[in-house]
Design a protein around this ligand. Structure first.
Ligand code: T46
Length: 133
């Protein structure tokens, strides 16, 4: 299963570092929504769903967390611990996030506004959907 990390260029100088996220430049879609996840407990598992259409990029802008990505035939576990790397999460990928560090801030850019109808929250339904793609 191919994992796509988007390298994010640092504009740094003696004052520190800055990363800019620009649609159709380093972000390969129109950014319709940004949200961030923080204060997640050590033993908490989030996600546990796929999206029918949504594409997203996840960036651990502080701390770290682990991602499980599953395309219905393969599962890959990835550590996100670098604010210069954006993890591209395509549609029809089951995702789980866990092992959040206490200081983790996980920022996510999305190509659509929030829509509950886009979520597939049942794993067997997800498997049936990917078989039919
Ligand atoms: C995803 C992973 C990486 C909103 O009202 N608006 C929003 O834009 C989002 C994302 C969530 N919410 C509400 C819905 C729930 O009542 O916030 C609550 C927590 O959302 P959820 O349980 O879906 O959070 P996660 O961490 O399980 O999943 C989130 C995203 O929902 C999902 O799209 O891919 O992060």
């Amino acid at each position: 299963m191919e994992i796509n990390f988007i390298p994010l260029q640092i504009h740094g100088d003696e004052r520190g570092s800055l990363i800019a996220l620009e649609e159709s430049n380093n972000i390969p879609f129109a950014i319709k929504r940004v949200y961030y996840i923080f204060n997640t407990g050590k033993n908490i598992r989030r996600g546990l769903h796929a999206h029918k259409n949504l594409k997203q990029i996840a960036i651990a802008i502080c701390g770290s967390c682990d991602f499980l990505l599953d395309n219905g035939s393969e599962r890959v576990e990835i550590k996100l611990d670098d604010p210069t790397k954006g993890l591209l999460i395509d549609s029809c990928i089951w995702r789980e996030m866990y092992n959040f560090s206490e200081d983790c801030i996980l920022m996510v850019l999305a190509n659509a506004i929030y829509e509950e109808a886009d979520y597939i929250r049942d794993y067997n339904t997800f498997l049936n959907e990917v078989k039919n793609v």
